[in-house]
Design a protein around this ligand. Structure first.
Ligand code: PAF
Length: 296
């Protein structure tokens, strides 16, 4: 649930903004004072993965702005949008204690015009969205580029921080920055995992304790596959990994693609590229989890 930022502000030293004009003029003032601005866009329900991005941003900039906005235009499944976890008060506490300067938490109707809400935005991905998440979540990356490009225009940071868990998203953001001509340095930050190996995600809040244990098999299988990949073909490895994951009742692989990390195009041989990652999406019950692993 959204809380009015004016009430929330009473409890925090960190600045809290809900309108585009307020956050924009705050950041402009910081830039006039020669402050280096770092930016971490999020959809809230913050966990240690987000906090590692925030920590890096705090260490590398004078001023750090974090946005918390569950962006409706990137959800192709409205049910998924409804159940997406939200907790602005807890998020604000975490961000303040992490040393964040300002939180930007707009509501959809203050952030988007009615036309923008109706997905009039269209971006040419040059094929980067034709595979993996883009293929299984039509329109998803269009919404991501819409929100991130709008946030970049408002905040205009020096550095912006994204997690490597969303591998395809990071590649698309880098492409968008080049294509749209933003002068912003994109910093990719490593995946943070539970002790069990499960990649941290806001969606983990929707898993029971038993499902969390079950879901840790995803990384266990991926990690093991890096120890023998060079002894198999790409196709054999894919098949073996999917089988090993689906052997666990309650896990269903949506896709597992082994791709060139720069083009995101599937490779058929290990010699096809010097930089190869495996990207996977698995349903644990109804919860959709993503992860990835580097082979080369
Ligand atoms: O990775 C996310 O949480 C979202 O896709 C992002 C980048 C904040 C855009 O809504």
């Amino acid at each position: 649930m959204y809380l009015c930022s004016r009430f929330l502000q009473l409890d925090f030293n960190m600045k809290i903004f809900s309108t585009i004009e307020d956050v924009k003029s705050f950041v402009q003032q910081q830039k006039l004072n020669n402050q280096k601005v770092g930016f971490v866009p999020t959809m809230g329900a913050l966990h240690k993965g987000h906090l590692s991005l925030v920590k890096t941003a705090v260490a590398e900039n004078d001023v750090v702005v974090v946005s918390v906005f569950v962006n409706p235009t990137q959800f192709n499944d409205k049910k998924d949008l409804e159940v997406y976890p939200r907790n602005l008060k807890a998020d604000s506490e975490l961000l303040e204690s992490a040393g964040v300067t300002a939180l930007f938490a707009p509501t959809p109707d203050t952030f988007y015009s009615p036309e923008e809400m109706n997905n009039t935005f269209q971006f040419d991905f040059n094929g980067l969205d034709a595979v993996m998440e883009g293929k299984f979540r039509p329109g998803h990356f269009n919404g991501v580029v819409q929100v991130v490009s709008k946030l970049f225009t408002i905040i205009n940071p020096d550095n912006a921080y994204f997690g490597e868990k969303d591998f395809q998203q990071l590649a698309i953001i880098r492409y968008m920055v080049k294509k749209m001509g933003f002068n912003i340095n994109i910093v990719g930050c490593p995946i943070v995992r539970e002790e069990s190996g499960l990649a941290l995600s806001s969606r983990n809040a929707l898993l029971s304790e038993d499902q969390k244990k079950l879901a840790s098999n995803i990384y266990a299988v991926l990690k093991e596959s890096t120890t023998f990949f060079h002894m198999t073909t790409v196709a054999e490895l894919k098949e073996a990994a999917i089988k090993a994951i689906e052997r666990h009742d309650g896990l269903k692989v949506e896709y597992f693609e082994i791709v060139d990390a720069n083009t995101l195009l599937p490779v058929t041989k290990w010699e096809d590229s010097d930089y190869i990652v495996g990207c996977i999406t698995v349903f644990c019950g109804k919860v959709r989890l993503i992860d990835n692993i580097r082979y080369k």
